[in-house]
Design a protein around this ligand. Structure first.
Ligand code: ADP
Ligand code: MG
Length: 150
C-alpha cells in the first residue's frame, strides 16, 4: 500500500490543497479510489488536479466535466475523474456509468467528486476526503480530512 497520510490537514490556499493531493498522487503505485465530499467551491477539483499532477497528468486537463460524468486521463497510471453532481443518487445510475469496471481495473486511480451521490453504491477500501471551510472569516482556509475505510 502507498503511504497515504490520514487525519486532518489545514490548507491556507488552493496551492496548498493542490500540493497535499500532489504528494498523495506521487506516492501511488497501485489502484486506489478517492471519494471527495464538500460543498460547491470547497476545492474538490483543486484536489483532483493535484492528485493527477502527482500521476504526471497535466492538471490543466483535469476539469469538472460539464456534460460528461467521467473523464479518463493517461499519466503514470490511468486516472478516472468523475463528477456525480448531476446524478440523482441512485445506485442504478452509477452502474450505468461503469464505475464497477473502473474500480476493478488494475492500476487505475479513481477520483470521484460529489461522492455523496453514490447512493447505495458501496466501494470497499476507499479514501474519503472531506474538504470544508474552517471559518467564515478566512475564505482561503480549508480543512481536508482524509480517512481510509475498509
Ligand atoms: P469544487 O470542485 O469543490 O466545487 P473547486 O476546486 O472547483 O471546488 O474550487 C475551489 C475554489 O476555491 C477555487 O477557486 C480555489 O482557488 C479556491 N480556494 C481558495 N482557498 C482554497 C484552499 N485552501 N483549497 C482549495 N481551494 C481553495
Ligand atoms: Mg468540482
Amino acid at each position: 500500500m502507498a503511504q497515504i497520510p490520514t487525519g486532518e490537514f489545514i490548507t491556507r490556499s488552493a496551492e496548498e490543497t493542490f500540493e497535499l493531493a500532489y504528494r498523495i498522487g506521487e506516492s501511488l503505485t497501485e489502484s486506489a479510489v478517492f471519494l471527495l465530499a464538500g460543498d460547491l467551491g470547497a476545492g474538490k477539483t483543486v484536489f483532483a488536479k493535484g492528485l493527477g499532477a502527482g500521476l504526471d497528468i497535466d492538471p490543466d486537463h483535469i476539469n469538472s466535466p460539464t456534460f460528461t460524468i467521467v473523464n479518463a486521463h493517461e499519466g503514470r497510471m490511468r486516472l478516472y475523474h468523475l463528477d456525480l453532481y448531476r446524478l440523482a443518487g441512485s445506485a442504478e445510475e452509477v452502474y450505468e456509468i461503469g464505475l464497477d469496471e473502473m474500480i476493478a481495473e488494475p492500476g487505475a486511480v479513481v477520483v470521484i467528486e460529489w461522492a455523496e451521490r453514490l447512493g447505495r453504491f458501496i466501494i470497499p477500501a476507499t479514501y474519503h476526503i472531506k474538504i470544508s471551510h474552517v471559518t467564515e472569516m478566512n475564505y482561503d482556509e480549508r480543512r481536508v480530512a482524509i480517512r481510509f475505510k475498509e
